[in-house]
Design a protein around this ligand. Structure first.
Ligand code: R1P
Length: 289
């Protein structure tokens, strides 16, 4: 069994994990992830009971029950760098013994569902549509730092995508990874679209938004919209699903992302009143998780 020294795996003085500040006893197997710490209260407003609440930086967690199911909701902030922290620390809470610092002999599997917001890239995903990231394209590079990334990635899709959009090798190499198929089948109904989601490593330039400084490739989004892989097209942009799907897969957990479309990048429309759609989506996911 692997042993983890203090420098590699930091436990706070109160026995909680470094960034999330959660204790191993607080961990629930079914976890809803949201970006915004404020949205955790919205998710918890649907719980029957609230058993604990922990807040540290952008990581806000409430644990409780939903219709008798033990659940917790945790915010991850923005970006796959945060997902690297969240998924590693949740896995440590489940699979490392905090008193001995050894990996536990028995693997404990977690179910992680991110409910987010997103920008749509295709006409069949108008504002208000919930889109499951059945496949994620990570522009961020986080997964490339882990051994075994080729084992969990769709290498043919990666090659086809890079060739079609004339990917600049100066940008982080994209990785393409599928969400957990059993989880997608369970959470995704006829009320959700299954798509290909890009997790960008920024909100502006990396998603083709040009404010005062010009883009390296102003045509990139046009090429992304036109890219086809069999019957699959790129449906939407967000900033976390790739690392969530990839790290969970490497560790043996079940993970997926579903996002409500709040802006249409092609038609240049945004809906600032997206809260009802997100709230409905949260309730649907709580029912099905
Ligand atoms: C950017 O505004 C943020 O919104 C989207 C992106 O993924 C990024 O985190 O998702 P959330 O609403 O879940 O945070």
């Amino acid at each position: 069994m692997k042993h983890f020294p203090e420098s590699e795996f930091i436990i706070n003085a109160d026995g909680s994990v470094f960034h999330l500040h959660l204790q191993p006893e607080q961990l629930r197997d079914k976890i809803i992830l949201v970006g915004d710490p404020g949205r955790v209260d919205l998710v918890a407003s649907f719980f029957d009971t609230r058993e604990f609440e922990v807040s540290s930086r952008e990581f806000h967690t409430i644990g409780g029950t939903y219709k008798g199911k033990l659940v917790m909701c945790l915010s991850h902030g923005i970006g796959t760098d945060n997902i690297d922290i969240v998924v590693n620390e949740l896995d440590a809470l489940a699979n490392i013994d905090f008193s001995t610092r050894y990996e536990k002999p028995q693997f404990r599997q977690l179910t992680l569902v991110r409910v987010g917001t997103s920008g749509g890239l295709q006409p069949h995903v108008p504002i208000g549509t919930p889109v499951i990231a059945e496949k994620s394209i990570g522009f961020d590079g986080v997964l490339n730092f882990y051994a075994g990334r080729d084992r969990v990635c769709d290498l043919d899709f990666e090659r086809a995508f890079c060739e079609f959009v004339k990917w600049n090798p100066l940008w982080a190499a994209p990785y393409v990874v599928d969400a957990d198929s059993e989880l997608v089948a369970r959470i995704g109904g006829d009320d959700m679209v299954r798509g290909v989601t890009i997790s960008a490593n920024g909100f502006y330039g990396p998603q083709g938004r040009e404010l005062r400084i010009p883009l390296a490739d102003p045509e990139l989004n046009k090429k992304i919209e036109a890219f086809k892989y069999g019957s699959q097209v790129v449906t939407n942009y967000e900033m976390e699903s790739s690392a969530l799907a990839g790290l969970a897969k490497l560790m043996g957990h079940k993970a997926m992302t579903v996002c409500s479309i709040i802006a249409n990048r092609v038609a240049h429309h945004a809906n600032p009143n997206y809260k009802t759609a997100v709230s409905d989506l949260i309730q649907t996911v709580l029912e099905r998780i």
